[in-house]
Design a protein around this ligand. Sequence first.
Ligand SMILES: NC(=O)c1ccc[n+]([C@@H]2O[C@H](COP(=O)([O-])OP(=O)(O)OC[C@H]3O[C@@H](n4cnc5c(N)ncnc54)[C@H](O)[C@@H]3O)[C@@H](O)[C@H]2O)c1
Ligand SMILES: [Zn+2]
Ligand SMILES: [Zn+2]
Length: 368
Amino acid sequence: MKVDAAVLFGIKEEYQIREIELDGPRDHEVLVELAASGMCHSDDHAVTGDLPCPFPTVAGHEGAGVVTEVGRDVTGLKPGDHVILHPVPNCGKCRWCSKGMAYLCDDGAFGLTGYAPDGTWRRRLDGENVGAYCQLGTFSPLTTVSETQVVKIDDDIPLHTAALIGCGVTTGFGAATTVGQVKPGDFVVVVGVGGVGSAAVQGARVAGASTIVAVDPIEFRREQALGFGATHTFASVEEAFDTVRDLTRGVMADVTIITVGVFHGDLAPVLALTSKGGRCVLTSITPVHETTANISLFDLGMMNKTLVGHIFGCANPRADFPRLLDLYRSGALLLDEMITTTYDLSQINEGVAAMHEGTNVRGVVTYK
Ligand SMILES: NC(=O)c1ccc[n+]([C@@H]2O[C@H](COP(=O)([O-])OP(=O)(O)OC[C@H]3O[C@@H](n4cnc5c(N)ncnc54)[C@H](O)[C@@H]3O)[C@@H](O)[C@H]2O)c1
Ligand SMILES: [Zn+2]
Ligand SMILES: [Zn+2]
């Protein structure tokens, strides 16, 4: 079938809206008519080349919509089901899925290849294969995806809102709650409060943190963070230092969370904000070719600190999406407030620019 898509043709190029040929679902796949796709910074790593992927590619990996067709052997999904798509597959069979660590599912190895795990492609343009970022390609109103990357949700959840759960919210919330293990009364610092950081602030609030310091050079993002639960804001880690020290009587933060757009390894200042025995959570993505970091290993070792990385907030989508949606229903998790701007697919490059300028919290491409 023919469908419009925002296609990337090369590094540092803008998205071009092109009509591509999309195959229908094969075995264990579904066709989803998307209502919306969030614009996560991780898509931008494909644009900059920080995360290499084949071109041309349809980016976008944070979507929600309605199943319109199911392939052979699909169980548990039917046309009409409302679903959230997620970038990390959940095959249910590999060692990691079996251990309750779906975020490490072996099928995730194909996330940046553009093709399905069996080596076949689902999209073409002028006879050439077109990849799908994270095998989702949600910057298009229709997408064919594996049933392992789809979770059915209740019909009462607005699909535009649900899209955010597909990546950024789940990642940020899990960074604070699951990975950071924030406890009631904790002092938390979140460095970078875009889409993922705003969710980390909320995770810290829901977990009962007493103080949440949001750090971001962009004033609008700092103002928004206050609405999500931050108690103090600063423009840089350096500016936050004295206040964190004074408020904690020199103890420093129980948990620090790094959610800046692109992280180049300057860990020492954030580790210095972290208390003895505290946890420093690395959520941001660093360009794959960068392999050095600025870190005091003395501080890490002798102060008994934990530096922990993670993918997707260590989330198991089938267990964690319903929990997050219940928090949304209860009013504890603010999602609609995160969608500061919506875009038509034709405006996608405006959305990318706004993400860089920080004039939105989460931009969302809407299809219906
Ligand atoms: N670990 C994962 O599984 C996972 C999942 C999703 C996203 N991510 C990554 O998380 C990061 C954040 O994504 P996002 O969508 O929220 O991005 P975003 O662009 O919406 O927000 C990033 C924020 O960081 C701020 N920032 C930049 N430099 C800073 C600095 N030095 N100090 C403080 N703040 C700074 C920016 O002003 C911006 O507000 C990205 O690197 C993204 O790729 C990781
Ligand atoms: Zn993402
Ligand atoms: Zn698996």
